[in-house]
Design a protein around this ligand. Structure first.
Ligand SMILES: [Zn+2]
Length: 416
């Protein structure tokens, strides 16, 4: 699995055609292929899915694609998709440009023929995806889109009415525990907080929001385990250990910043990371800055040095990636309701702090201290409270959805 993943990460994309042809019982349709600035080739989702008789819609940080009544959820701007309950890496990300969704060409030429081996074959020489098999003879009519089923993926339905002693008013089972990690601390100040009040650094703001998040989670009936409650340093490698057997989620709070360069104070907004190897230059930069905290720790020889190998081997990869990505998308949705800055999306990066968590884990970069508006937003108690409340709402929504998907919504009292 590791070798496969690494192969996908480093594989050079084959030379892309200018267009592909989709050949089905309904005829041939040509779909243009777009390659931007040396990036991976992309195809516009709407004409592609029209040709395939499927559907595509955006759902927060996801592109929900239905082909032959099967649902694929592609993360936007992170090269992963979820199919049949498993997260799988892609060589490139689905993305949105001018309100149109674009899918990686790899999804058409590799994923579809693999998933639907009986139905689709891709002819690389002719740049043609051919519909084969029984569907062809039937001249299958276009399938109606199935937005309802897709939407259910993250919307709790049919959950029992609240009121039982083991249920919270939200419908959530009692007994959930979330680990809240205030980034940095002690001799590691995090970023200097250019537009924070004098003397306030990243470590102070992460702790302030973390303490508010604890209150907000408790108010929602969720147990909280803090990695720190004071200005102290917890080794990066130890933070994840706060979330093991009896813990449901790990949330690490951070504040972004940019190095001094032309126009650097203009960048603002919030993003949520789940664990994977960094895929973009910017994600790699953020990961490097956050991982740099290792240098403050007393015993550097104890810290892992194996890079991606180390990160992957210690995880139940699919399960945690899928759940972490789901949770990250919900966090972004909720933050979008309260944050004044732009939604910079769900991202992935190789954060050491997340690698030792044994449960789904995300790292929230709540905004940029190098932007005056974000700096004020992040250091003002009333808006800190809004951030904490939004993240707590995301936790509840995620856990309700998790309970529904895992079947614990109905059989009350079952722990996991
Ligand atoms: Zn940080």
């Amino acid at each position: 699995m590791i070798a496969l993943l690494l192969g996908l990460f480093v594989a050079a994309p084959p030379r892309a055609p200018l267009a592909i042809t989709i050949s089905t019982a309904r005829g041939d349709a040509r779909v243009p292929v777009r390659t931007v600035r040396g990036g991976a080739p992309l195809v516009p989702a709407a004409p592609l899915l029209a040709a395939l008789g499927g559907s595509v819609r955006r759902d927060g940080g996801w592109a929900d694609v239905t082909v032959a009544r099967e649902e694929f959820a592609l993360l936007l701007d992170a090269p992963w998709f979820v199919f049949a309950g498993h997260a799988e890496p892609l060589a490139a990300s689905a993305t949105v440009s001018r309100d149109s969704i674009f899918l990686p060409l790899q999804f058409v030429v590799e994923v579809l023929p693999r998933v639907f081996a009986e139905r689709y074959r891709y002819d690389g020489d002719a740049a043609r995806l051919v519909e084969i098999g029984p569907q062809l003879a039937g001249a299958a009519p276009a399938e109606p889109p199935a937005p309802r089923a897709v939407a259910d993926r993250r919307t709790a339905v049919d959950r029992p009415p609240p009121g039982g002693g083991d249920r919270l008013p939200s419908g959530l089972r009692r007994g959930h525990v979330v680990a809240v990690d205030a980034g940095h601390g002690g001799v590691d100040p995090g970023n200097p907080g250019l537009f924070f009040p004098r003397g306030t650094r990243e470590k102070d703001v992460t702790l302030q929001v973390a303490l508010l998040l604890r209150q907000e989670l408790k108010a929602r009936g969720i147990g909280v385990r803090m990695t720190r409650t004071t200005d102290t340093l917890i080794a990066l490698g130890d933070r994840g250990r706060y979330c093991t057997q009896d813990c449901d989620l790990f949330v690490s709070l951070h504040v972004n910043s940019l190095p001094r360069r032309s126009g650097y104070t203009a960048m603002r907004g919030f993003e949520t990371y789940f664990l994977a190897e960094a895929r973009t230059e910017d994600a790699a930069r953020v990961a490097k800055v956050e991982n740099d905290a290792v240098r403050f720790e007393a015993t550097p020889e104890d810290t892992p040095t194996g890079g991606l190998d180390f990160i992957l081997k210690d995880l139940q990869l699919n399960e945690h990636l899928r759940e972490s990505a789901q949770f990250a998308a919900i966090v972004q949705d909720k933050l979008g309701n309260v944050h004044a800055g732009p939604d910079r999306g769900v991202k992935q990066a190789g954060f050491m702090v997340l690698t030792t968590a044994r449960r789904p884990a995300v790292l929230v970069e709540m905004g940029y201290s190098t932007n005056p508006d974000d700096g004020r937003f992040l250091s003002t108690p009333s808006t800190q409270r809004k951030l904490a409340s939004a993240i707590a709402d995301a936790v509840v929504d995620y856990l309700i959805d998790y309970e529904r998907r895992s079947g614990t919504a109905a059989d009350s009292g079952e722990g996991r």
